[in-house]
Unconditional design. Structure first.
Ligand SMILES: N[C@@H](CCC[C@H](N)C(=O)O)C(=O)O
Length: 282
């Protein structure tokens, strides 16, 4: 058997990632190879790849790749998954530690003995166009009209380390977000593309979302998408500070601190260690 690489698969509410351990595997990750690895036909099937531990700003961190091979500065489910991986592999000790990402330092706390539930301090959101980014004059992008695929929508856009477009509507469905998602993701107004969540308010403590991810498409869950939808709804005066974000893969709890720091709590699960043919990396 040719030398092979071991990857470890985890999921966060059905948003599945492959962990490639950078300390155990001296392989080069290339965009096209990532895309083939993530394919659910010719590859292993995943919404993305977590590559680490690597050094970011002199500290232990993780790089995050979408299934199309593009790199994202942050992934909420990805950070919770990588936190579990670090504990499973004995890279960290204790239940509180931090993980560096390209979007900054994520402070993590493991909430149970089985290491399946994590709370992450995700930082603060920004609605400022230049920071998201959204084209046009510098402004906060709150409940602003956009035309996507020939139809006008009111959207609120923000960054939580990665860009999100939130559209509130009374009717959400997978079909609706799959139809609208590609047009929003790739709209000219979003120079770095964008994640889309269509969002329905259930009550002042509960939202429901359907997700179209930048660089990935339809997913069952999104941690940053949950943070973004909750923060947008809170900014519009719709919500209390504790918000349960319900999505096809389950529920992520968002707490908005008095200083508007966002805390995300959710579960993760180990799936398998997978021995991968080295040809994927050659
Ligand atoms: N599913 C992730 C989001 C991953 C990154 C996103 N696709 C992007 O490119 O910004 C999450 O849990 O946050």
């Amino acid at each position: 058997m040719t030398d092979s690489i071991v990857m470890t698969k985890y999921q966060g509410l059905g948003n599945d990632y492959l962990v490639l351990d950078a300390k155990k595997n001296k392989v080069q990750l290339q965009g096209k190879k990532i895309a083939v690895l993530c394919q659910r036909g010719f590859g292993l099937g995943a919404d993305g790849i977590l590559y680490g531990p690597v050094e970011i700003n002199g500290k232990m961190g993780v790089r995050i790749f979408n299934s199309d091979g593009s790199e994202s500065a942050i992934s909420g489910n990805g950070v919770r998954i990588f936190a579990k991986y670090l504990m499973d592999q004995g890279y960290v000790h204790g239940n509180k530690f931090s993980i560096e990402t390209e979007a900054g330092t994520m402070e993590v706390e493991c909430l149970n003995a089985r290491a399946t539930e994590f709370r992450v301090k995700m930082g603060k959101a920004s609605f400022i166009s230049r920071e998201i980014p959204v084209t046009g004059e510098i402004r906060e992008v709150i409940n602003e009209p956009f035309v996507f695929h020939g139809q006008e929508y009111k959207a609120t856009c923000l960054t939580v380390g990665n860009p999100h477009c939130i559209i509130f509507t009374d009717q959400i469905s997978r079909e609706k977000v799959e139809k609208l998602g590609p047009y929003v993701e790739n709209a000219d107004e979003f120079p770095e593309r964008i994640n889309l969540q269509i969002c329905r308010q259930i009550d002042k403590g509960n939202l429901e979302i359907e997700i179209w991810e930048r660089g990935c498409g339809y997913t069952k869950a999104s941690g940053t998408g949950s943070c973004a939808a909750a923060m947008a709804a809170y900014r519009l005066g719709m919500m209390e500070r504790r918000i349960n974000v319900n999505q096809p893969g389950g529920m992520i709890q968002i707490d908005i601190g008095k200083d508007d720091t966002i805390y995300m709590t959710g579960t993760v699960g180990y799936i398998a260690d997978i021995r991968v043919a080295e040809s994927f990396f050659s």
